[in-house]
Design a protein around this ligand. Structure first.
Ligand code: HEM
Length: 224
């Protein structure tokens, strides 16, 4: 029983801890609210003022100049709690790879097992889902530390990213709960509910990753 609730308890503790610190400390300065758009507009402004190509190096705006989106580096929170939350938030882009990659691996193994009619391929997926769930809760908690609490000037991408990202660990948890343990998975096919939830989870994580890229790099970051 203790093993079964480990991903839930550890994840919820992390999420609760971060949100509680956010509420108790000064708002962190990590969120890149409108950073990409302000950077993009500053670059566009800089480039439109360059008529003579020879002037280009002089006219280029330096990334740390006001309006280039990096001023936030100078606005570090002053309290210990604020700095801690800000520092934790900086880990969000590093941690998110685990829940994304693990879920896509689980899905790939399910497809392989079905295509090759070898249930052994997906038998170990419950373990992968346990790690993915723990990673999902950690990623969401660190996302809150990075973004801070919802604010009026949050962009649409961040708003969707915030709430889909908060939902995702719970969808993962449901998947983990629905996945049969390895010993039974090799003999019994997965339930229809598990398969449907897996498809929904894959769609959610792809949308979530795209929105995350949008928050960090701006709209059109995947343009060909
Ligand atoms: C499982 C949940 C989550 C996943 C998989 C995820 C994924 C991502 C990805 C892929 C990026 C882009 C990273 C990059 O291009 O370097 C990102 C950035 C970001 N995410 Fe999330 N995210 C999740 C949850 C959250 C939550 C719940 C929030 C807010 C409450 C959040 C806030 C942010 C912010 C503010 C950024 C920009 C970070 C920066 O540029 O430093 N994320 N996320």
């Amino acid at each position: 029983m203790a093993k079964k609730i480990f991903p839930l308890v550890s994840g919820l503790l992390a999420l609760t801890g971060i949100i509680a610190s956010l509420l108790l400390s000064a708002p962190p300065a990590m969120a890149h609210k409108n950073q990409s758009s302000s950077s993009a507009s500053a670059v566009a402004e800089a480039s439109t003022t360059v008529n003579n190509p020879e002037d280009a190096p002089m006219a280029m705006a330096w990334p740390t100049e006001p309006g280039m989106g990096m001023e936030m580096d100078h606005k570090k929170p002053k309290t210990f709690g604020g700095r801690l939350v800000s520092w934790l938030g900086a880990w969000h882009p590093a941690v998110i790879h685990f829940p994304i990659a693990l879920l896509l691996t689980v899905a790939l193994l399910e497809v392989l097992a079905a295509a090759r009619k070898k249930p052994v391929y997906n038998a170990g997926n419950k373990v992968l889902l346990a790690f993915a769930t723990a990673g999902g809760f950690a990623a969401a908690a660190l996302g809150w530390a990075n973004a801070g609490l919802p604010a009026a000037d949050d962009g649409t991408a961040l708003t969707w990213h915030r709430w889909i990202g908060t939902l995702i660990p719970f969808v993962y948890l449901l998947l983990w709960r629905l996945k049969r343990p390895a010993e039974t998975a090799v003999n019994q096919p997965s339930s229809r509910l598990y398969e449907t939830t897996l498809v929904v989870a894959v769609a959610l994580i792809l949308i979530q990753a795209y929105l995350g890229g949008d928050v960090t790099h701006g709209a059109g970051h995947m343009a060909f």
